[in-house]
Structures are given as structure tokens and as C-alpha cells.
Design a protein around this ligand. Structure first.
Ligand code: NAD
Ligand code: DAU
Length: 344
């Protein structure tokens, strides 16, 4: 068995990756280290824990990646071959209100993992970075050698971790690869992010708070394509390199909003233009030529994938309703109440 560490596997992308990787690699055993913050849900992987094909190859460990007293013994005991670092504070709006936790987890936590990997002769450390580290681009697409100019506390923290991971390659010769993916969509995404927030609000006939003029552009990547890209980079990527992973599906937020309403047969009057996000990046776009030249490409047709995703939230109310009726309510009020009041 190949022992693999996944951090943040109780979250959106990490959880989808655990499911993907256990099915793809019958010789992988995955340890999922997760702190279970507001964004982490152990139940996201209950199917994996119950399936006889995967149950014995999956282990959940509750813990903080920034806590060396948890991370160090885990590395010593498990002798991991690969580590995939998904664990992070991930929501830009939360980082604007309270950046400290982002620096602690995204930067310091990555440092704790890198140190443990270095001491334990890890074969490959995959740092899951983001296209947001490049900052905004009006025209064209960022390539991996472009300067990084992150513009909010979340992306700046991720940029710190991204370059810290690289430094363990350039300084200590550790095998590190860094990926920078675009906006993911798919099942199990916490309903603070655009797609699940707007789908679940529309299902509840609540307003869809669209920031600014709604013309900001994101490149949408199905989470399964992100998972296949990460698996590919682990197998075929070169140590010390950065790889962009994009979907090639650039859409304005207003277009995504329209698609959601049309799919759910809800009226456009639910759209509420509200005060913009501070420092709101206008457009993200990455070139995926580097990864494509090695043989990877995204597979999911966007129009199909987004409708499947919208239907998933429609058919899995038992997943998001308890989230939205819990402590989330406080978050939602503080984030949106003033904006919605001003807009009406
Ligand atoms: P998420 O917020 O859904 O999940 C994050 C997970 O990390 C949660 O399970 C949480 O409990 C866990 N976590 C947080 N702090 C931790 C800590 N200190 N120790 C251990 N676990 C901790 O995030 P996501 O959207 O799945 O993103 C996963 C990774 O992918 C992140 O590194 C993010 O920066 C990156 N990324 C996300 C996107 C996207 O569109 N969502 C795109 C590109 C890259
Ligand atoms: O690009 C990759 C990044 O994508 C990841 O690194 C981040 O972890 C992830 O959160 C995401 O960041 P964004 O800021 O692009 O995603 P978010 O879903 O928060 O917002 C997408 C767009 O929708 C953005 O232009 C802001 C807008 N938006 C978002 C929310 C939550 C709204 O108009 N209204 C909203 O209520």
C-alpha cells in the first residue's frame, strides 16, 4: 500500500479528491488530516467509510496542520509517500474581515507540513495553490512564469504558502510541485461560495446578492477535472514546477446567476445587485498549455457540469439545509444584511 496524506479532506475539493483517488488507485491508503473548521464536514465522506472497497484504505484524523504536535508524529508513524495539502482558510470575503486565521493556516500550517515532509523523506509534496495568486488580468491569460501579484489577504496567504513550498525544493531539494487552479464548481461546496450560495438561496426564494456590476469573470473548472489534474501532476509533474489547472470556461458572474435561475425556473427578480467586495479582482484567467503539453486536459463540458451541479444541490437538501440553519446564519447576516438593506 502507498500511504498518502490528504489535508483538508473534509472540505469541498479535498473530499472530492479522496473519493476520486481511492477509486482510481486501489493501492493507495489515504489519511485525511482535517481540523473540521466551519467548512469541514466528516460526513462528506461517509460513503467512503461505508464502502467495503474503500473503508479499510481510508482514515480520518482530527487535527490542525499548524500543530506540529499532531503533524510530526503522524508523519513519523505513517511514512507517507505523497502529501496533498488542501487544508486552508479559503473564502475571500472572510479573509477581508479577519485575515489572521488565513496567515496561520495557509502559511504557517504549510510550513509545519513541509518541515515534517522534509524530515521524513516524503517522495512528493503537492501544494494546492490557486490562480488567485496571480491577481487580476484584463486581457490574455497568466502562464506559470508570470509574476504573482495577489490582491487580497486570502490570495496573499496562498501566495506565501505557494512560494514557501517552492523554497523547500530550491533550498533543501525536497520534491515539491505547486498547482494553481481556477474556480471549482461541483457537489459538497460550502454555501458561502458563489455557485452553492446562489443555488441554495434561489431554492429558498431568497435574494441573490450579486457584487458590483456582476461582470467580474471567473474561469470555471469542474472539481473532478481539478482532481484528475492533481493526480496527473503528482504522477507526471516535475519537481520544483508550477502547473496551472483551468477549465477554459470563462463566464461573468451575471451569466452564472442567469444560468442558475433558468435551470431552477426562478425569476430574475431574485437578483439583488449589492455593494462590491473590497479589492474585488475583475478577471482570472490561466493558460493550461503547460499541463496540456504533458497530456492532461479538462473533460467536463461546462453547460452539462453546471446543470448537474445545480441539480445536486436541489436533490441534496439534507446536506446544505442543516449548514444554513446553524451558525452560518450569523455569518450570512453579518456579510449580507447591510448590503441587502442598502440595495432595497
Ligand atoms: P474548503 O473551505 O471547502 O475546505 C477547507 C478544508 O480545510 C475544510 O475541511 C477545513 O476543515 C480544513 N481546514 C481548515 N483549516 C485547517 C487546519 N488548520 N488544519 C486542518 N484542516 C483545516 O476549501 P476548498 O474550496 O475545498 O479548497 C481546498 C484547497 O484548494 C484550498 O487550499 C484552496 O486554496 C484551493 N483552491 C480552491 C479553489 C476553489 O475554487 N474552491 C480553487 C483553487 C484552489
Ligand atoms: O480562483 C480560485 C478561487 O476561487 C479559490 O482560490 C478560492 O478559494 C475560492 O473561494 C474562489 O474565490 P472567488 O472569490 O473567485 O470565489 P467566490 O465564490 O467567493 O466568488 C466568485 C465570484 O462571485 C466573485 O467575483 C465574487 C462574486 N460573488 C461572490 C459571492 C459569495 C458575488 O457576486 N456575490 C456573492 O455573494
Amino acid at each position: 500500500m502507498i500511504n498518502v496524506l490528504v489535508t483538508g479532506g473534509a472540505g469541498f475539493i479535498g473530499g472530492n479528491f479522496v473519493r476520486y483517488a481511492l477509486k482510481k488507485h486501489p493501492d493507495w491508503r489515504i489519511v485525511n488530516l482535517d481540523k473540521l473548521t466551519y467548512a469541514g464536514r466528516k460526513e462528506n465522506l461517509s460513503d467512503i467509510e461505508q464502502d467495503p472497497d474503500t473503508a479499510s484504505r481510508y482514515q480520518f484524523v482530527l487535527g490542525d496542520i499548524a500543530d506540529a504536535s499532531v503533524v510530526d508524529p503522524l508523519f513519523d508513524e505513517e511514512k507517507f509517500t505523497y502529501a496533498f495539502n488542501f487544508a486552508a482558510e479559503t473564502h475571500v470575503d472572510r479573509s477581508i474581515g479577519d485575515p489572521g486565521g488565513f496567515i496561520q493556516t495557509d502559511v504557517y500550517g504549510t510550513y509545519v507540513l513541509l518541515e515534517a515532509g522534509k524530515r521524513n523523506d516524503l517522495k512528493r509534496f503537492v501544494q494546492i495553490s490557486t490562480d488567485e495568486v496571480y491577481g487580476s488580468i484584463d486581457e490574455g491569460s497568466f502562464t506559470e512564469t508570470d509574476l504573482i501579484t495577489p490582491r487580497n489577504p486570502y490570495s496573499a496567504s496562498k501566495a506565501g504558502a505557494d512560494r514557501l513550498a517552492y523554497s523547500y525544493f530550491s533550498t533543501y531539494g525536497m520534491d515539491v510541485v505547486v498547482t494553481r487552479a481556477s474556480n471549482n464548481y461541483g457537489p459538497y461546496q460550502y454555501p458561502e461560495k458563489l455557485v452553492p450560495l446562489f443555488v441554495t438561496n434561489a431554492l429558498e426564494d431568497l435574494p441573490l446578492p450579486l457584487y458590483g456590476d456582476g461582470k467580474n469573470i471567473r474561469d470555471w473548472l469542474h472539481v473532478d477535472d481539478h482532481c484528475s489534474g492533481l493526480d496527473f501532476v503528482c504522477a507526471k509533474g516535475k519537481a520544483g514546477e508550477v502547473y496551472n489547472i483551468g477549465g477554459g470556461n470563462e463566464r461573468m458572474n451575471i451569466e452564472i446567476t442567469g444560468l442558475i435561475l433558468k435551470t431552477l425556473n426562478k425569476p430574475d427578480t431574485l437578483i439583488k445587485p449589492v455593494e462590491d467586495r473590497l479589492g474585488h479582482d475583475r478577471r482570472y484567467s490561466v493558460s493550461t498549455e503547460k499541463l496540456q503539453s504533458l497530456g492532461w486536459k479538462s473533460e467536463k463540458d461546462f453547460e452539462t457540469g453546471i446543470v448537474e451541479t445545480i441539480k445536486w444541490y436541489e436533490n441534496n437538501r439534507e446536506w446544505w439545509e442543516p449548514i444554513k440553519s446553524g451558525e452560518y446564519k450569523e455569518y450570512y447576516e453579518s456579510m449580507y444584511r447591510d448590503r441587502l438593506d442598502k440595495a432595497s
